[in-house]
Design a binder for this molecule. Structure first.
Ligand SMILES: [Fe+2]
Length: 151
């Protein structure tokens, strides 16, 4: 039987990932609102799609924590405390810089999902382990699109 330590590690890992999803959601939405230049329409729409995809997983990840008996995020402060995604509060960001930043952040997300999957395996949480593959597929698609646009 998996021990309490494995379960606690999974809960911590899921809460970190949830914080990343919220942070990257808002960063992507920020770029959706503020992007400018000749690719405006395409990027404005792409960032909207990607932000919706990110937000769409937040409830699922939070509820994986609860189903594992843990407490999950309670506030914007808790998100800021746990995320590894860096804020970008600049008013004017070059469109290419936005694309590269989101590409790298989504690649980071892939690593964070991989850690959750490993922790889920250790804790015997088959449901999270299975779901993580879909989360990875989504994140890798975002990385792919952003990489192609930046090249
Ligand atoms: Fe919008």
């Amino acid at each position: 039987m998996p021990g309490d330590n494995a379960k606690k590690a999974l809960i911590d890992s899921l809460n970190g990932l949830l914080a990343d999803y919220f942070a990257l959601y808002l960063k992507t939405k920020n770029y959706h609102w503020h992007v400018a230049g000749p690719q405006f329409r395409d990027l404005h729409l792409l960032f909207d799609e990607q932000s919706a995809e990110l937000f769409g997983l937040t409830d699922i990840i939070g509820e994986r924590v609860r189903k594992n008996g843990g407490t999950t995020l309670t506030s914007i402060g808790a998100i800021a405390d746990k995320t590894v995604i860096k804020d970008d509060d600049r008013a004017k960001v070059d469109a290419l810089a936005m694309i590269k930043s989101l590409r790298d952040d989504n690649a980071t997300l892939v690593e964070r999902i991989r850690a959750v999957k490993a922790a889920a395996g250790e804790a015997g949480d088959n449901a999270t382990e299975g779901m993580a593959d879909d989360w990875t597929d989504q994140a890798e698609k975002r990385v792919w699109f952003l990489t192609e646009i930046a090249s």
